[in-house]
Design a protein around this ligand. Structure first.
Ligand code: SF4
Ligand code: SF4
Length: 321
């Protein structure tokens, strides 16, 4: 795979500082039952990096002391971590809202029996990738048969109360473009998804998030191999909007890797760009207990244009439009 970090200092992204911390986003490991083409984590079934019980305990200790009320679990497939259910239960006990970034197909993987029911019982919000409402496009990006398995998983989640209008169990879908283009407007695409999934399969969901593809890891490497990297970077730079700077997720989110080291966001984690704090070259979550990160400089590079181009892109979807 081609590295892209050294190509990320040509345009000079504007300097930014962190605001109040709202969400702890924790990567529970790189193992995944899928190997999607656009994956910015380079996750897959062969990866063995998984968060240990001790680091999970560090995460819980941080939540308890910091009072941060949102825990966002990601991976790989976070559910494949042996400590996933214990972490969710304890976080819920201390009043933390939990979001699971679920790839849907994990719900019917061997060994994951009862997972959907567990998530519903714990009132975990689910944010699930479904990069198109057309089966061929999903299978091309995420693997053969993934679309039909995803549809089956969504119907199962609906049967547990997920995605009901005004209900307590939020089910968000995530769209990302198939190639080196920006996502279309979120509201219009959400209406198309509702129509296609509702009429075709009777599926309900809460919201659709449109995300831009980041020019890093597997997607960045593919762009380099196809000679499309410079064109995509220039597209992102030209579509940059200053008004999106306030809403980017690194202002209010802290990203934790499977070993407990911390970053301004998941993308910086994948690029190996640690959170910048004085006196620590590579800070660990334990170093942050009792420390206010408000006003801390954010480690920005040119990939950040992926968050501010067009309608903007964050872990909660478009920033506008
Ligand atoms: S399901 Fe998600 S984590 Fe797994 S390979 Fe696909 S994009 Fe990566
Ligand atoms: S990639 Fe996005 S979220 Fe990460 S530091 Fe850059 S602007 Fe912030």
């Amino acid at each position: 795979m081609h590295a892209t970090l050294h190509l990320m200092q040509r345009y000079g992204f504007p300097a930014m500082r962190r605001g109040p911390l709202d969400t702890l986003q924790v990567n529970l490991g790189y193992r995944c039952n899928q190997s999607c083409l656009h994956c910015h984590v380079n996750a897959g079934p062969q990866r063995s990096e998984m968060m240990s019980r001790e680091t999970v305990a560090d995460v819980l200790a941080f939540l308890e002391v910091s009072g941060v009320k949102r825990l966002d679990l990601t991976g790989g497939a976070p559910e494949l971590n042996a400590h996933f259910r214990g972490l969710v239960m304890r976080a819920r006990e201390i009043g933390v809202h939990v979001t699971d970034r679920c790839n849907l197909t994990v719900l019917d993987e061997p060994g994951q029996e009862g997972l959907a029911e567990f998530l519903a019982h714990q009132q975990v919000e689910i944010t699930a990738s479904l990069p198109c409402y057309l089966g061929d496009n999903v299978d091309r990006q995420r693997g053969k048969g993934v679309y039909q398995r995803s549809i089956a998983a969504l119907r199962r989640l609906n049967s547990l109360g997920y995605g009901e209008d005004g209900g307590r169990l939020a089910l968000n879908l995530v769209y990302n473009p198939q190639g080196a283009v920006l996502p279309p407007p979120q509201a219009a695409l959400e209406a198309d998804y509702r129509k296609a999934l509702g009429e075709g399969y009777g599926i309900r969901f809460t919201r659709l998030y449109t995300l831009a593809n980041m020019p890093i890891q597997r997607f960045g490497s593919t762009l380099l191999s196809k000679g499309q990297f410079d064109g995509y970077m220039s597209l992102l730079k030209q579509a940059h909007r200053d008004e999106n700077l306030d809403g980017v997720m690194c202002r209010s989110l802290l990203s934790v890797d499977w070993q407990g080291y911390v970053y301004d966001c998941d993308f910086n984690q994948m690029l190996g760009l640690p959170l910048a704090i004085e006196g620590k070259r590579r800070p660990h979550l334990g170093d942050l207990i009792g420390r206010d990160l408000g006003g801390n400089p954010i480690e920005v590079r040119d990939h950040c244009y992926g968050c501010t181009a067009g309608n903007g892109s964050s872990c909660g979807g478009a920033l506008r439009g």
